[in-house]
Design a protein around this ligand. Sequence first.
Ligand code: BDR
Ligand code: CA
Length: 308
Amino acid sequence: MGHTRILIDTDPGVDDALAILMAHRQADVVGLTIAAGNVGLAHTTANALKLVETMGASTPVFAGCAGPLLARPPQDAAFVHGLDGFGDIGYTPSARRAEIEPAALAILRLAREHAGKLVIVTLAPLTNLALALRLDPELPSRVARLVVMGGAVTGRGNTSVAAEFNIGFDPEAASIVFSAWPQIELVDWELTMRHGIGFDTIARWCAADDPRARFFDAISRKTRAWSQARGRRHLMLADPLAMAVALQPELVTRAQEHHVEIALHGVARGATLVDWENRSGKAPNARIVSDVDQARFEALAASAFGTD
Ligand code: BDR
Ligand code: CA
């Protein structure tokens, strides 16, 4: 389908799952490269394979690094996504297997095969992409766009005071990517908080007579309950928001270009430090998405379940 060619680096994860479903409805997905993050690599890989099976797709799945590049793995996000990352519904594992090629090498090969056309969307800690960049610093020159879900641009973190999960899980990897990539389209946690989706809307999507909707309904129940128990009125769908920006850049209504670097030490470890006032004189390396058209975002997300 579609013409946009997308490679998704992901750690599924409930919100990753919705983003992956959206991408398969709207674009050509050339591969899923898998990171550890929300839960361990064995689960995130099994979840990706199950999702591909549920969609009846043939997208190759490439397993990546089992943990951060340097640091000890911090706390995962099983308390949000379930111990297996997919809501602990006890699904029958897919008979499919991951490819033999490791994720970082698959990123490099696919970027060459689709040179100038590939959109990379990262929905996970940046471990695989950092490793690929270390192997081949020319990688950005072959990639059309890099959309990153990560960061908390004014320091309102969701995993520590200042850090967002994907960056905070592997700050060294994030630092490698932000130091080397000339222009990152950044969809951060604070934008996600401004663009949650109402639980009633999600329930309507989940009621569709469609195997993808039934699967998402099942795997998202725990996360929705956890979120509602915290008094939230909306579900925060970070990865679908990043995917929406990747699929339909015109739904961005406001964006700002600034230099962003990653804090590696102290209480701010894993924070995205934005040079809002251009004090460093460093060229912008990020286009920070500050607003999107909510109606278009919701329509795109709904399309994951065949309702467009
Ligand atoms: C990010 O962390 C993960 O838990 C989600 O899947 C998303 O990628 C949000 O901070
Ligand atoms: Ca994710």
